[in-house]
Design a binder for this molecule. Structure first.
Ligand code: SF4
Ligand code: SF4
Length: 298
């Protein structure tokens, strides 16, 4: 896109953090004016619509009207996670959308909110312009939380991260003997609870914030682990690395139970349904109950 970019901001249900970041992009240090970018106040003057926040029932018709009034090429950018997935407003009774179910969306910029630098980079990309590379311009402050990264050597597929996720952004999927942990950063509030709660420090929020995509289905990172097959019925039921981790931890922390290692392994390798049926692992089940109490006390 080589012509001037005139952006109309469409704000809907949200905290307005993303809208503030769009305005922040206009300060002189980002040189957007030199690239021919301006913010306008009516959709008739604009050729780009930047939508922020989740869309509610009232906003739906307004959004459609604004889109109709845009000048060509009618580019629509969903800025921030509420505009992409509704995020924390997802379950609100008046909510509709997300916007790509109402009007065509060309680009998505994930973040809660996205940094001005991420928005500026996206605009420059649309213009085919090159931005100055200065470290202090792009550097992130200490403690900044961006896109997630898995250490696949450490992740054991336990799903603790999904259980503590404040935004319901982590799915635990099972398919063909694999467990897949899928983080949708388009749905994420970047709170880092997952990072704090992971028992093996396998998930980290990196400094990566350039999260522009033209394909909504790509706003995720995944990790997969093998599942254990029940030694009795053959059903996949527990991640292999989680069994190894549990046995190693028990061995390290409760030395007197080392002698019962093979009984324990037998018990852990049998799924819950089969454990109810099989009499000869009763002792191992008792052992597991005692161990749980003991390990909790360590
Ligand atoms: S990232 Fe951590 S908490 Fe999440 S499944 Fe992997 S090991 Fe468990
Ligand atoms: S940082 Fe982790 S826990 Fe927090 S919302 Fe995002 S995925 Fe969920």
């Amino acid at each position: 896109m080589s012509e001037k970019i005139s952006i109309y901001r469409f704000m809907s249900a949200g905290c307005n953090g993303c809208d503030v970041q769009i305005l922040e992009c206009l300060v002189p240090r980002y040189k957007l004016a030199e690239l021919g970018v301006e913010v306008v106040f009516t959709p008739e003057e604009a050729n780009v619509l930047a939508t922020t926040g989740g869309i509610n029932v009232k906003g739906r018709e307004e959004l459609k009207k604004a889109y109709e009034k845009l000048k060509p090429p009618k580019l629509v950018v969903a800025v921030g996670n509420c505009a992409i997935t509704k995020e924390i407003f997802d379950k609100g009774y008046p909510m509709v959308g997300p916007p790509d179910q109402i009007i065509p969306v060309n680009f998505y910029i994930s973040g809660c909110p996205p940094r001005p630098q991420a928005i500026v980079t996206a605009i420059a990309k649309a213009l085919g312009a090159t931005l100055e590379e200065k470290e202090d311009y792009w550097a992130t402050p200490e403690g900044f939380r961006g896109k997630h990264e898995f250490d696949s050597e450490k992740c054991m597929g336990c799903s603790a991260c999904a259980q503590v996720c404040s935004s319901d952004a982590i799915d635990v999927l099972e398919d063909n003997g694999k467990r897949i942990i899928k983080v949708d950063y388009g749905h994420c509030s970047f709170c880092a609870f997952c990072q704090d709660e992971c028992p093996t420090e396998a998930i980290k929020l990196t400094q990566e914030y350039h999260l522009l995509t033209d394909n909504r289905s790509t706003t995720n990172v995944t990790n997969e682990v093998d599942l254990f097959k029940c030694s009795s019925c053959g059903t996949y039921f527990i991640p292999v690395p989680q069994v190894d981790w549990a046995l190693e931890r028990i061995g390290n922390e409760v030395s007197e139970y080392k002698d019962f290692h093979s009984d324990l392994k037998t018990a852990i390798e049998v799924c819950l349904n089969c454990r109810r049926e099989i009499r000869n692992i009763r002792n191992a089940k008792k052992l597991l109950a005692q161990l749980s109490a003991k390990v909790r006390a360590v």
